[in-house]
Design a protein around this ligand. Structure first.
Ligand SMILES: *Cc1c(COP(=O)(O)O)cnc(C)c1O
Length: 852
């Protein structure tokens, strides 16, 4: 047995002064999406660069002093490094898109439990983390003054291996913070900055703050593995989503409350602006709102008043369409943690109602983090159009009485960071032939790029994937079978000229990893077709506690090990950013077959599309809004199926049919030059139309324009004049809530439509009992549309009515007209909602009265 180290650390390399520029380049994660900088690192030691997984800090720690010395005297190398450092400095300092906006927030805080930035920094598990990383990178490119906040996990996410039985094995390689491109935030006296949280029993949880530089964006990561903590508490940030109830709660208290405290320390030390807007992703960071309330209460506001201020500047993004994906704690546990000094001025009794499922179907013993997230944020969104709709349905109970369409949750469709996810070959092709790689400016239909050019790049990327798959399988074999040479077929795995289908994702059941195995004989026939064979590259991790996910992987691995198939289908272990960057470009078809509508957005297909892969997917998430019949194929959803088994069967058969009758024939239809002209047309169309839309730049701009800027303005308005508007709003809301049970539409009259025809006007006169409210406190609207069965309205429009008359003690009268501009059935109603200039939506208070 080998001796294991009980403690390890990395001795940071001291680089020769002449290599200052190299150190500066390694210290800013911009290298992770800047090919020329990566090329410079590779020059230092190409083999080590590959072996260390493109990690410049590890590389600089590993190269021999002689080599560093050599480089310090290599004028060509030094000139290149200096030029790249100048380029980085310019990138960091020059005004960019955001700097042209007026009145935009001085800073935005972005909270996420995971960040996927580079494969060398495994602080992510899947979609949410990669998205957060891409959000920071695009924010940096656009000059958006974001500050990211997360946790630093000593064991990151697990490494996956597959044993001889096909079963997933997890290991958690320890990460040494000193070996990563980050630094401790330090007080001006040089000591490590520290934040603390009071816990039950008089204990405290302390954390240090790591700072990463992601281009222009600062990312703060909290770390509890410090000597100030008891052994048990050191483990709070041991691993991503580790453990159950209390462990997870501690992580979330740290992320939310500790995260805001970390920002305050950072702002104080660096003398940079405080955030005006807080963006919280999923429920995990929801406690951040409470810390900010606590600060405002210390400044003299009541809880209810402070809540108005916090809501105005907070955006909540939900990323899951399944209730099971939402964080819930026992309410009693929350009560225990909040009945302490944790949040001065904030009582458990104030907090519990925020996360209470006090609506139909809710569980009274539960504290729901998403529900609190929505109640602490004036603005909320889902991550694709369809997911916005699903979210409005899922959380609709919080706004009882409102139609699903009126639920105040909008959507911003996710995007992916193009410089990170576009293969350097594609970038090079665009640069040399089109003169630019700005996604919006590239004309991929231009004859400047010939079909032969494009096809040769596509083939090179497929070949790169094939080589990578062979290397990974051989390495995995060596690890499982030390000392035994890998079987010969591993060197012949896959074929760089065969139609390649990729499928990689986490393995929860809804993603249906094994749908492709539904009819094994049919799949076998596709894979081994004599003229038009298909090959499949599959990857994905199952949650360590999810044996059913592991069983799916096992089923696939076993199928893939059949001797006549193993060259055509392969399961690659340990899906991560490093693999993903080769996998997406190397596939011709990116397959996604979730159970609709359980994929909130899905981003892997976007990353594939940026490289000219065509998508084959269920119409779910982003594909539901971007599929256009030319950029790929839609697997029809068998909504009408009797049960899940039948649905799987119908959808699997449709998928096989598409591959067999449409995809493979188009791919293998070659002209005299050996080029698949029709296929290449689809590639060009995909690149030209989808690339700008799928880019995270588009997503971040949307967040800025539609959500961050309005939130900052709302926050400024409510906090002005020493928070007077917030005090007024809190008082007004309480008053409205008290009076609302007595508000009613008592009577509606209409006229002007004896035998209605298009062009007529409907006159509406509504009598509204306002109880103790004034006419200014309400918005009275006529709601109209097509009348359907059961009197439901479709294609609903609303139009405000004006106050006509209000005598003391009498119902007020509101009038207006509605143009009848369309023939067919017509229905209308009158609805009353609270009105206040500081509300972002008429549904905000969840109060409504309609005529009966
Ligand atoms: C993009 C990506 C994901 C998320 O993919 P989805 O399609 O959104 O599920 C997960 N892991 C890695 C490594 C990725 O690059």
């Amino acid at each position: 047995m080998s001796v294991k180290a009980i403690r390890r650390f990395t001795v940071r390399t001291v680089l020769p002064e002449a290599l200052d520029a190299v150190a500066a380049l390694a210290a800013n994660l911009r290298w992770s999406w800047h090919e020329p900088t990566k090329a410079l690192f590779a020059r230092i030691d190409p083999e080590r660069w590959e072996a260390l997984g493109h990690d410049p800090v590890a590389l600089l720690g590993a190269v021999e002093p002689q080599r560093l010395d050599e480089l310090a005297h290599d004028t060509g190398f030094l000139a290149e490094a200096a030029a790249l450092r100048d380029d980085l400095t310019a990138y960091l300092e020059q005004p960019r898109w955001y700097q042209s906006l007026a009145d935009a927030p001085a800073r935005i805080a972005y909270f996420s439990p995971e960040f996927g930035i580079a494969s060398a920094i495994p602080q992510y598990s899947g979609g949410l983390g990669i998205l957060a990383g891409d959000h920071l990178k695009s924010a940096s490119d656009l000059g958006v003054p974001l500050i990211g906040v997360g946790l630093f996990y000593r064991a990151g996410y697990f490494r996956q291996a597959i044993d001889a039985e096909g079963w997933q094995r997890e290991s958690y390689p320890l990460i040494d913070p000193d070996g990563l491109p980050m630094q401790l935030v330090r007080e001006l006296d040089g000591s490590a900055a520290r934040i603390s949280l009071s816990l039950p029993g008089g204990e405290a949880l302390h954390a240090h703050i790591w700072q990463m530089q992601v281009g222009r964006v600062v990312l703060l990561l909290l770390d509890t593995d410090i000597p100030d903590n008891s052994d048990a508490l050191r483990g709070v940030t041991d691993r991503l989503y580790g453990g159950g109830g209390e462990h997870r709660l501690l992580q979330e208290l740290l992320l939310g409350i500790g995260g805001v405290r970390a920002i305050k320390r950072y702002v104080a030390i660096s003398g940079t602006p405080s955030p005006e807007v807080f963006h919280t992703n999923e429920g995990h960071a929801g406690f951040l709102g409470l810390e900010r309330i606590s600060d405002l209460v210390a400044g003299g506001l009541s809880f209810a008043e402070a809540l108005q201020v916090v809501r105005a500047g907070t955006l909540f993004t939900t990323h899951t369409p399944v209730p099971a994906g939402i964080d819930r704690f026992e309410a009693a546990l929350i009560e225990r943690y909040l009945s302490t000094d944790l949040l001065p001025g904030v009582a458990a009794a104030d907090v519990l109602p925020l996360g209470a499922e006090d609506y139909e179907g809710g569980d009274p013993a539960v504290f729901n983090m998403a529900v609190m997230g929505l109640r602490l944020a004036q603005r909320a969104n889902g991550v694709s159009r369809l997911h916005g709709d699903v979210s409005r349905g899922m959380f609709g109970a919080l706004w009882p009485g409102f139609d699903q369409d009126d639920v105040p949750i909008t959507s911003v469709t996710n995007g992916v960071h193009a410089p990170t996810w576009t293969d350097p070959r594609m970038v090079e092709l665009a640069r040399t032939k089109l003169g630019t790689f700005e996604t919006a400016a590239c004309d991929w239909n231009s004859p400047a790029i010939t079909d032969a050019d494009l096809w040769s790049v596509r083939r090179a990327m497929r070949e790169q994937l094939v080589a990578d798959a062979r290397a990974r399988m051989t390495a995995a074999w060596a690890e499982q079978n030390p000392g035994i040479a890998a079987p010969a077929w591993m060197a012949e795995l896959l074929d760089p000229d065969v139609l390649t289908i990729g499928f990689a994702r986490r393995v929860p059941t809804y993603k249906r990893l094994t749908l492709m195995l539904h009819d094994p004989d049919r799949l076998r026939a596709l894979l081994t077709h004599p003229d038009r064979p298909v090959q499949l590259v599959v990857a994905g991790k199952s949650h360590p506690a999810d044996d059913s996910g592991k069983a799916l992987i096992q089923k696939l691995v076993r199928f893939a090990s059949e001797p006549e198939l193993r060259r055509r289908i392969v399961f690659l272990p340990n899906y991560d950013i490093g693999m993903a960057r080769l996998l997406y470009p190397g596939t011709d078809i990116w397959l996604n077959n979730p159970l609709r509508p359980l994929e909130a957005c899905g981003t892997s297909g976007m990353k594939a599309a940026l490289n000219g892969s065509l998508n084959l997917s269920i119409l779910d998430g982003w594909w539901n809004e971007y599929y256009d019949a030319e950029n790929g194929w839609a697997i029809p959803t068998a909504d009408a199926a009797g049960d899940e088994a039948e649905r799987d069967k119908l959808e699997a058969e449709a998928m096989y049919d598409l591959i067999e009758h449409q995809i493979a024939p188009r791919f293998y239809d070659r002209d005299a030059d050996g080029l698949p002209r029709r296929w290449l047309q689809s590639i060009r169309h995909t690149l030209a139309t989808l690339s700008p839309e799928l880019s995270a730049d588009r997503m971040v701009r949307e967040y800025v324009e539609r959500l961050y800027v309005p939130a900052a303005h709302a926050h400024r308005a409510i906090a002005a004049d020493d928070h007077r508007p917030a005090r007024d709003l809190a008082g007004w809301k309480a008053h409205v809530a008290r009076e609302w049970p007595h508000v009613a539409v008592t009577h509606v009259e209409s006229g002007g439509v004896q035998s209605p025809q298009v062009g007529d006007q409907l006159k509406v006169r509504a009598h509204v009992q306002l109880a103790g409210l004034s006419a200014d406190d309400v918005l009275v609207e006529v709601v109209f549309g097509r009348a359907r069965n059961g009197d439901d309205l479709a294609d609903v429009h609303r139009q405000p009515l004006e106050l006509a008359d209000h005598e003391l003690g009498q119902p007020a009268t509101f009038t207006g007209t509605v143009p009848l501009d369309r023939s067919g059935s017509f229905g209308y109603n009158v609805r009353v909602t609270p009105r206040h200039p500081l509300l972002a939506s008429p549904a905000e208070l969840g109060l409504v009265a309609v005529a009966h």
